[in-house]
Design a binder for this molecule. Structure first.
Ligand SMILES: Nc1ccn([C@@H]2O[C@H](COP(=O)(O)OP(=O)(O)OP(=O)(O)O)[C@@H](O)[C@H]2O)c(=O)n1
Ligand SMILES: C[C@](O)(CO)[C@H](O)COP(=O)(O)O
Length: 233
């Protein structure tokens, strides 16, 4: 089976509490232009023709999802999230039947501004290493000690900021993530599990508007970028 003939499924970790957002509900359920951030994100994935199905990992006892039409969409499968983002992703991957026939796009629920053009770029990578969207660093990068004093300035020509989606063969990523978590590594994205398993994922240059809504000030930014993307206003 070739990479091009594998079916594509999106796995969306959406089980976070959004502590840095300091809102009255998890940030994926905050609304922009009448729709939750989660609906914007999943909508962008489901309207992309190669994506046939979305697996959503949500917190156990989540009271918000069931109020959304998403919860009744036959293209969406809901699984329980975990304690960490990596565990939520792992639960999503475990729900995939015949993972050797599937490629996954893992995409944060909190990144609603993803474009189909960026997804096209990722899907052009067809080897087993997989690929992630990322941004080349534009600022000067410092490494600090524990007292927050600079110990080094990095060569930023080789520094990239990882985004999602991250695109891998489902069976390969499942094994890599299981191994990395079993060995106690703190895994903050899928590529790091693949790296630990000996792969060299490709860095595909993304867009700076593919933000992860994290802090309160990010909401206005996401609203602006979505208005540009969809010309909603
Ligand atoms: N146990 C967790 C933690 C995070 N996530 C998801 O992973 C994505 C990226 O995580 P982050 O932006 O850090 O979200 P939160 O963990 O919700 O935010 P915070 O760290 O501020 O609490 C989000 O879509 C979030 O819902 C998840 O599915 N399961
Ligand atoms: C996966 C990710 O979006 C890449 O930038 C990011 O690491 C997830 O954020 P978290 O705060 O570590 O959950």
């Amino acid at each position: 089976m070739t990479a091009l003939s594998r079916q594509i499924i999106a796995v969306v970790p959406a089980a976070g509490v959004g502590s840095r957002m300091q809102a009255d509900k998890p940030k994926q359920y905050l609304r922009i232009y009448g729709k939750t951030i989660l609906e914007h994100t999943v909508g962008a994935l489901l309207s992309y023709p190669p994506v046939k199905r979305v697996i959503l990992a949500v917190a156990e006892n989540d009271p918000y999802l069931r109020r959304l039409p998403l919860a009744r969409d036959s293209r969406i499968q809901i699984v329980s999230g975990g304690e960490t983002r990596a565990e939520s992703v792992l639960n999503g991957l475990k729900a995939i039947e015949n993972p050797e026939r599937i490629q996954v796009l893992v995409h944060d629920a909190a990144r609603p501004c993803i474009t189909h053009e960026d997804l096209d770029k990722l899907l052009r990578v067809t080897d087993e290493n997989g690929a992630i969207l990322a941004l080349p660093a534009v600022d000067t990068i410092k490494t600090s000690d524990v007292r927050q004093q600079i110990i080094r300035t990095e060569d930023r020509n080789f520094i990239w900021l990882a985004q999602t989606p991250q695109f891998f063969r489902a069976d390969v990523l499942l094994r890599a993530l299981e191994q990395a978590l079993a060995q106690g590594f703190n895994i903050t994205d899928e590529a790091s599990a693949m790296e630990l398993a000996g792969f060299r994922p490709h860095l595909v240059t993304g867009r700076s508007d593919n933000i992860k809504v994290t802090r309160p000030e990010d909401l206005a930014l996401a609203e602006f970028y979505l208005s540009q993307k969809n010309k909603i206003k």
